[in-house]
Design a protein around this ligand. Structure first.
Ligand code: TMP
Length: 209
């Protein structure tokens, strides 16, 4: 467990995997059970980090190189950590966060050249913390891509890399979950929303006091 009185839970998965819905459902369930919860997301989660988010998720796929992306995501994460996550954890709250450093490890570290060592070095230097629990929502890329693009949110830059990219991402998340089995739980996201939510909550129970 991390060096804080609160509980740090993250959700990870490919675009359209349903993790935003699931993070909301988990945060609501924990609040109903009387816990002090904040729900947040990356990139973003603090005013400065939300400004950086727009640079990252809008525009053409080739707008940034993976290296530049990594620096922007890490800058946003540092702001989010300082302004939102760390104060909440220090106040004893449960932080439910949609994406964190594992997304950089997989999206920037493993899909467009092998930059994983640089991602890890930058994380160690500038962030240096891991979640207490990471729920990896696994999903068939074809089904997830349909859902992701159907949003037409204007934030489709990563979805536009295509199905091959999403398949590489899925493999990256599966490998990451296996390597970090101490904090990662793999959740089958291909089921109905309520079944996935029940599984997520069951996996969280052991961490609640
Ligand atoms: P979202 O759709 O989950 O809000 O995330 C926005 C996009 O940013 C999504 O396609 C994943 C991508 N992303 C990265 O490439 N690296 C990161 O470190 C994070 C947090 C997100």
């Amino acid at each position: 467990m991390g060096d804080w009185p609160g509980l740090f839970i993250t959700f990870e998965g490919i675009d359209g995997s349903g993790k935003s819905t699931q993070s909301r459902l988990l945060a609501d369930a924990l609040k109903s059970a009387g816990h002090d919860v904040i729900r947040t997301r990356e990139p973003g989660g603090a005013p400065g980090a939300e400004e950086i988010r727009r640079l990252l998720v809008e525009g053409s796929p080739d707008r940034w190189s993976p290296e530049t992306e990594m620096l922007l995501f890490t800058a946003a994460r540092r702001d989010h950590w300082e302004k939102t996550i760390q104060p909440a954890l220090n106040a004893g709250k449960i932080v439910v966060c949609d994406r964190f450093a594992d997304s950089t490890r997989v999206y920037q570290g493993a899909t467009r050249g092998d930059l994983r060592a640089i991602v890890d070095a930058l994380h160690a230097l500038m962030i240096g913390v891991e979640p207490d629990l990471t729920l990896v929502i696994d999903m068939d890329p074809e089904a997830a891509l349909t859902r992701g693009l159907a949003r037409h949110s204007g934030e489709d830059r990563f979805e536009e890399f295509g199905a091959g990219f999403q398949t590489a991402l899925r493999e990256g998340f599966l490998a990451l979950a296996e390597l970090n089995a101490d904090r990662c739980r793999l959740i089958d996201g291909g089921r109905d929303e309520a079944s996935v939510a029940a599984d997520v909550l069951a996996n969280t129970q052991a961490y609640l006091t």
